[in-house]
Design a protein. Structure first.
Length: 352
């Protein structure tokens, strides 16, 4: 059974054996006309991400094949919140501990740092009749299916909106479908070869981090990395060796990064690191650690040992006199990366 995004179930799609007409039937049976789906009230950011088309296709496949599983297998209920807006669209949050509180304050079960969210915004709980959401007298309200509500029973597939921008789809599922949704999110944000974040996610996170720093009066920095003479590695050892070098850079770099740092493949052999709350000096120190780590790493491919180095350019929001925009921050860091390349490579530049 396919679940609709507004919480209702579409019973016209129940998987049933196809009914074939008798050979003597001369006129096909009329198809049932499905009523038009009513439109939801206009609520900001309630459009579904494109990856959900793939999720629904896989969901239909999984449900269709459930009839072949053992009757002794039971469906383990898992309550999930699927993020539907912004840079985190597609992320999966398991509602494991109830009540689950939502808000900006760090003590909430689900912390959401967004201006329209109150410090203690809402609470998701469960009773004998199922799950429900309660608004905690928030400033901008809690919405279910586009309607503001103080307390509302949650049906599978319900749309939840906290404040003016943050939206989730509530679903009750099992571990298998939860794993599927998590894989879909990972595939939409990660580079397939290296496992680093992809360029699309990098661009979105950079905008979000600059906005966060501007709101809170904090700093944000960017480090752009480029592997030196990478074409020479491909020409000498082959493209498989080049892939190994790229993967090794990601593995080595991630050992020096915090959980909140965003390490992404910017393009080709170039990578970027977004640093929340770090000034230019801290970004430079990180760039130097990454440079030294790669320089001291012996990369083995077949029976050969490959040595690789990197160049880096660093920039912070204070390096952008015309305004700290994503494009300007990238432009400054890229200019300094170019200076590191032309200045002899295997170095980190944070000025100029």
């Amino acid at each position: 059974m396919v679940k609709e995004a507004d919480g209702r179930r579409d019973n016209s799609r129940v998987d049933q054996p196809a009914i074939r007409p008798s050979p003597r039937t001369t006129q096909a049976e009329p198809q049932a006309v499905r009523p038009a789906r009513p439109s939801l009230p206009s609520v900001p950011e309630m459009r579904e991400p494109a990856f959900l088309d793939e999720a629904r296709t896989m969901e239909v496949f999984l449900r269709t094949n459930e009839q072949t599983t053992s009757p002794s297998m039971t469906r383990a209920e898992r309550a999930l919140l699927l993020r539907m807006d912004g840079v985190h669209a597609g992320s999966v949050i398991a509602v494991d501990h109830l009540p689950c509180t939502v808000g900006r304050h760090p003590t909430n079960t689900l912390r959401i740092d967004e201006d329209s969210i109150s410090r203690f915004h809402a609470r998701i709980s469960r009773d004998d009749q199922g799950f429900f959401v309660e608004d905690l007298e928030s400033r901008n309200g809690t919405f279910v299916g586009g309607e503001r509500s103080a307390r509302h029973r949650l049906q599978d597939g319900a749309w939840l909106t906290f404040g003016t921008q943050v939206s989730f789809r509530f679903t009750v599922t099992d571990m298998r479908e939860e794993r599927l949704l998590r894989r879909l999110y990972e595939s939409s944000t990660r580079d397939a070869l290296t496992g680093a974040y992809n360029r699309s996610h990098f661009d979105e996170r950079l905008r979000a981090e600059i906005a966060f720093a501007s709101r809170h009066g904090t700093e944000a920095s960017l480090v752009l990395l480029d592997i030196d003479h990478f074409k020479r590695v491909n020409d000498t050892y082959g493209h498989q060796a080049g892939d190994i070098v790229l993967k090794e850079l990601v593995t080595t770099s991630q050992r020096s990064l915090r959980t909140e740092d965003v390490f992404a493949r910017f393009g080709g052999e170039e990578f970027g690191v977004i640093l929340r709350g770090i000034n230019l000096r801290g970004a430079t120190r990180l760039g130097e650690r990454l440079r030294v780590a790669l320089e001291q790493t012996s990369i083995v491919f077949e029976d050969k040992t490959i040595r690789a180095t990197l160049s880096a350019g660093c920039a912070s929001m204070l390096c952008c006199p015309s305004g700290a925009s994503p494009d300007e921050l990238v432009r400054v860091a890229d200019r300094r990366l170019y200076l590191a390349k032309t200045g002899g490579r295997n170095r980190v530049i944070s000025e100029g």
